[in-house]
Each structure stands twice: as C-alpha cells, then as structure tokens.
Ligand binder design. Structure first.
Ligand SMILES: [Zn+2]
Length: 138
C-alpha cells in the first residue's frame, strides 16, 4: 500500500487542474448554447457577448490542457534511459537496445543473426546521459 504513494502532490495538482479545465469547458459550452438561444430570440448583443465569453473560456482551457500535456511529455523525455549493449564475439556486431528486466553483463542472449551458432553477449549496461547544451556567456 505504501509503495504506491510515489508522488501524490503532483498527481493531486494535475487532477485539480483537470477538474478546473473541465468545469471551464462545461461553462463555455453552456454560454455558447445560451448565445445560440439569445441569437434565435433576436438578442444579438447578448448572443455576441456570450459567444465571446464561451470562446475565450474554451480557448484558455484547451491551451491549459495542451500546456500541461507538453510539460508531462518533457518530463518523460528528461528521464535518463538505461541502455544495454549486446555484442557478438564472432563477428563483432554491436547492438544497443533499451534495458530489459533481467539484463546483466555477460548474460548470453539469442544467437547472432549473422552467425547462428554463436550467442550474443551483453557487454555493457549504462545510463544514457544526454549532453546538455552548453551556454557561454560572452
Ligand atoms: Zn555474429
């Protein structure tokens, strides 16, 4: 039970944000419906006013959703990947793939695609570190 509480704070914030966005979207839909009603009645001024409010609210909420999703994607990308290097001792072919559970150095894997009688061996497991762009103050 306790292991599941990894980051309750961030989760609560995003749920809270989602709720606000959904409420704003609902309100904007209501105001657009009211605008259509007012337009049908012949109240052009109220219709225009409600339509503008509805459109602004909807644009803002969609923008907020888009922004929060982009942040989530960025956070995912920044997490360093663990990579596994696989080598064939016979032909020297090297392949790099994402770490899989159970990988360890010198573990024997499936046969090499080029030499079916030789098994490929894991030669390295490492964390992929992306080089950050260096900034120089001139
Ligand atoms: Zn080979």
């Amino acid at each position: 039970m306790a292991q599941n509480q990894t980051s309750p704070a961030t989760k609560r914030i995003s749920t809270y944000l989602m709720m606000i966005v959904l409420i704003v979207i609902a309100l904007s839909i209501v105001s657009l419906i009211l605008a259509a009603n007012a337009y049908l009645i012949g109240d052009g001024l109220t219709a225009g006013f409600l339509a503008i409010i509805g459109l602004i609210a909807m644009t803002m909420s969609i923008f907020t959703l888009y922004q929060s999703r982009r942040q989530a994607v960025q956070m995912k990308i920044e997490m360093p990947k663990v990579m596994t290097t696989i080598e064939c001792k016979k032909c020297g072919s090297k392949t790099v793939r994402e770490y899989q559970r159970g990988d360890y150095v010198y573990k024997e894997l499936d046969a090499c695609p080029k030499c079916p009688d030789t098994k490929q061996i894991i030669t390295a497991i490492y964390k992929e570190v992306k080089e950050k762009e260096k900034t120089y103050n001139v």
